[in-house]
Ligand binder design. Sequence first.
Ligand SMILES: Cc1cc2nc3c(=O)[nH]c(=O)nc-3n(C[C@H](O)[C@H](O)[C@H](O)COP(=O)(O)OP(=O)(O)OC[C@H]3O[C@@H](n4cnc5c(N)ncnc54)[C@H](O)[C@@H]3O)c2cc1C
Length: 308
Amino acid sequence: MDIFLALINDLERRSNVTIMKNAAVRSLTDDRRGVRLQDGATLRGDALIIATGGLSYPTTGSTGIGYRLAQEAGHTVVQQVPSLVSLSCVEPVPQDLVGFALKNVGLSVARPDGKRLFEGFGEMTFGDRSIDGPLVLSASRQVSRLLHNGEKLLAHIDLKPALSAQVLDKRLIADLDANGTRIFNDALRLWLPAELVPLALTRLHIEYYKRLNQINGAERRRLLAFLKNVEFTLCGTGDYSAAIVTQGGVSLNEVNPKTMESKLVPGLYFAGEVLDLDADTGGFNLQIAFSTGHTAGHSSATRNVVRE
Ligand SMILES: Cc1cc2nc3c(=O)[nH]c(=O)nc-3n(C[C@H](O)[C@H](O)[C@H](O)COP(=O)(O)OP(=O)(O)OC[C@H]3O[C@@H](n4cnc5c(N)ncnc54)[C@H](O)[C@@H]3O)c2cc1C
């Protein structure tokens, strides 16, 4: 909000710009060079820029109206889905794990046939029936649309990405040998943070109170498989109220990238998240808004100068 107000104040103070606050647009005028406001007033200009954002975080004023306005002007609008958002799981997450952050893990998301759609390394967290955090937000960009189309995907979490399965197996053999009299339930802390132990116990089907020197080869291989691949079935995403960006929007094929002017309606421009353009986390979405906003503003202003 501070940055928002700073930008508005700067515009009002330094540039010859009138900003109408609390003036919600309801529709375009028939000539598509103006807008009708909620209070019934009509505003017209030589050019019109639609920069109403997406559907994400409705509390920031985003209602998705820009998509409707673009459609009214004859534009193709690519179906929207939430992006940079948590991913919902079919399997419940044990309570101990909810809110816990896993650092330095590998995450890949794949179709059930094994086709890999995302692979990354970093930090992730768990919700009640969801996975979240920076790594998951990045994954959501690649898979949100597929999940919203009804596909079921698999998330694979590698808890020991720095160790190959072969090296890790040698370490497990050595650990089991060196800690033979410890019971499994307690010894799991050798390889896992405490928060992951309940999930390991449910997935591994190994007797809690078995001593490590009684763990057989098949059980050790199950433990190895768990450490290298904790699997969750993904069935959807979080909703727009917590999605950092909206994927989809006004088709780029119908907008001139050099000016951001509509190829269909002269004098109509688009900027920002209302476009079918989104990016990873890291400031790239803000950069899209700033760059397309600057281009649309500059080219719509110089358009008038050229015409006069
Ligand atoms: C919580 C959060 C964190 C984010 N963090 C990052 C980040 O770290 N890095 C990054 O790159 N991006 C981030 N983003 C995304 C980034 O903020 C957006 O992509 C970017 O602000 C989009 O800019 P925009 O101008 O297109 O739309 P917006 O910033 O959404 O602005 C649209 C404006 O249009 C107004 N409006 C809407 N409808 C009407 C109407 N009918 N009449 C009048 N006005 C209307 C809205 O009130 C709003 O002021 C984040 C987003 C959120 C929600």
